[in-house]
Design a protein around this ligand. Structure first.
Ligand code: VG1
Ligand code: CO
Length: 539
């Protein structure tokens, strides 16, 4: 039976950089999730003809949420739901499944790299038939629904068992429990030379992969250990846990510290990688070496010919404005298109759909390509392994040679966390107002050439988005300022600092960027406004 339940709007259901992200305790409030789901369905016409994928990264509250989705979708007469077995699907595999099966979209339950558990975060990424997350116009339409919702529909049928593959029913809606690995693994096998990778991984090459107790564990086990023959135990933290075993599943030098310590120890393996909670981010490490994500995008682009799927050529490349300019130098050399978009993978979707780009990336450990419409952690690892297998070089050699060829963009992100929202807004608006007067100003060794808000005009749908403020210096250095759109705890100011050099290539980024980091604080007035002398997190 279908019930109609009266409800009242929540006023905080605006999606951020990647979906709706909330403290789990907020997501569990009465009607909270129901309101949001009904609001999504309210924006989609002809639900009786529509099919969606449902799954998530296994974090706390996902199981309950999936049952709610089934019942609300059924009450709204959705044609069919494809549910990942046990509710587990990585964000990239979800995009692959939507595209391969020509679905109308998907609901991926994840707060990505944010911690999970009852006192952690919960989230929903809503994707459309593009295989990518909904565009700003679509999230605006959903937000408007959330602000005027007065009722939702829900079936009162019993919970479904998600552990058995097969076809079931809830009301008139067909529910198919699917294998969440098959389509994705097949796709990886079509892109990369698995025979060559198997030779590498069975040759004594020492590789570890940290799944951080997130959803990529089972994917990585199947791909690296079962198919490619890497020794058992190659994949660490391989079982998805509701609270990520207490880890903060963000693959960077701080939160993946155990792996980083191993890679800087005397017994360091040849190669290591980590993925985030939902499997779309990646960190790449060599023995005693960390690959900055901005460089990773540039290095992979420079090596595209190695990969079977790309050997006949690639379209252009794109990066978020906050990401370093390293990949632009490669694009210029290869004479392929180059695009700079706001932060958030959704901005790459139109560029991929219109065949303007093949590869894209963000400084926040996101790398990917047009095989899907999300960033893809395992894809990036397979690409790096392929480069190593082909060149027979170490990670460090590969990076050093890249810098010798192109120069190096030293890059760091400084995050100031837990700022009161009104103070963060004031900082950004005052800085924006000061930008025109900054040109020509000198700070120590650095002189500002110009400063402006970053405004993106989408070449496909012509929408215009403003995201962040950019300060350029006469030596090519850049600082980008923006507020995070994924946090659940006050505001976070992100300051992205980049300095380009053609000598001193193998130095410590913290040293090389020390002065520019101080300059970035002086320009933003952050210490005066927040009392913070230093960033909380440097990545
Ligand atoms: C952060 C990153 C951004 C990324 C987003 C989603 O957003 O900076 O580059 O696209 O997370 O990543 P923000 O607004 O907090 O800076 V994930 O792995 O959630 O999908
Ligand atoms: Co993620």
């Amino acid at each position: 039976m279908i019930e109609t339940i009266a409800t009242k709007p929540y006023t905080d259901q605006k999606m951020g950089t990647a979906g709706l992200r909330k403290k789990t305790q907020i997501a569990m409030l009465p009607h909270y999730l129901e309101n949001f789901l009904q609001s999504i369905f309210n924006t989609i016409p002809n639900l009786e003809t529509k099919s969606f994928l449902v799954g998530g990264d296994g974090r706390y509250y996902n199981k309950t949420a999936i049952q709610k989705i089934i019942k609300i979708a059924a009450a709204n007469k959705v044609k069919k739901l494809y549910i990942a077995q046990d509710g587990l699907v990585s964000t990239p595999a979800g995009s692959c499944i939507i595209l391969k099966n020509k679905l109308d979209g998907g609901l991926i339950l994840t707060a990505s790299h944010n911690p999970g558990g009852e006192n952690g975060d919960f989230g929903i990424k809503y994707s459309t038939s593009t295989g990518g997350q909904c565009q700003p116009q679509e999230s605006q339409a959903i937000l408007e629904q959330t602000l005027k919702i007065s009722e939702y529909k829900i079936s009162n049928s019993p919970d479904l068992d998600l552990s058995q593959i097969g076809i079931f029913r809830c009301e008139e809606t067909e529910i198919e429990i699917i294998n969440p690995f098959r389509d994705y693994i097949e796709m990886m096998q079509r892109i990369f030379d698995f025979a060559q990778l198997r030779t590498l991984l069975t040759s004594g090459f020492r590789f570890v992969f940290d799944a951080m107790n997130g959803v990529t564990g089972p994917y990585a086990k199947k791909i690296f250990e079962e198919i490619l023959g890497a020794p058992q135990g190659t994949v660490l933290n391989a079982i998805p846990k509701e609270d990520f075993g207490g880890l903060h599943p963000d693959p960077n030098l701080i939160y993946a510290k155990t792996l980083v310590d191993l890679m800087y120890s005397d017994s360091a393996p040849d190669f290591a990688a980590a993925n985030d909670g939902d499997g779309d981010r990646n960190m790449i490490l060599g023995s005693h070496f960390f690959v900055c994500p901005s460089d990773s995008l540039a290095i992979l682009t420079d090596n595209y010919k190695i990969i079977p799927a790309y050997k006949n050529g690639i379209y252009g490349v794109a990066k978020s404005a906050a990401t370093s300019m390293a990949v632009k130098r490669v694009a210029d050399t290869l004479k392929i298109g180059f695009y700079e978009v706001p932060t958030g993978w959704k901005y790459f979707v139109n560029l991929m759909d219109s065949q303007r780009i093949s590869f894209c990336g963000e400084e926040s450990f996101g790398t990917g390509a047009s095989h899907i419409r999300e960033k893809d952690g395992i894809w990036a690892v397979l690409f790096w392994l392929s480069v190593i297998a082909n060149t027979h070089k170490t990670v460090k050699q590969i990076a050093l040679e890249h810098w010798q060829k192109y120069g190096r963009s030293y890059f760091l992100r400084n995050d100031f966390e837990g700022i009161e929202q009104n103070i963060a807004d004031k900082l950004m608006s005052e800085l924006e107002a000061r930008l025109p007067q900054l040109s020509g100003k000198q700070y120590g060794n650095f002189t500002i050439s110009n400063a402006h808000p970053f405004i993106y005009n989408d070449p496909v749908d012509k929408t215009s988005t403003q995201n962040g403020l950019i300060v350029h210096f006469t030596d090519g250095s850049r600082i980008v300022y923006r507020l995070s759109g994924t946090g659940t705890n006050g505001a976070t100011l992100r300051t992205y600092i980049e300095r380009y050099v053609t000598q001193d290539l193998d130095e410590d980024p913290n040293e090389m960027l020390k002065e520019l980091s101080a300059v970035s604080r002086a320009i933003s007035n952050v210490t005066h406004l927040t009392g913070k002398e230093q960033p909380d997190i440097i990545t």
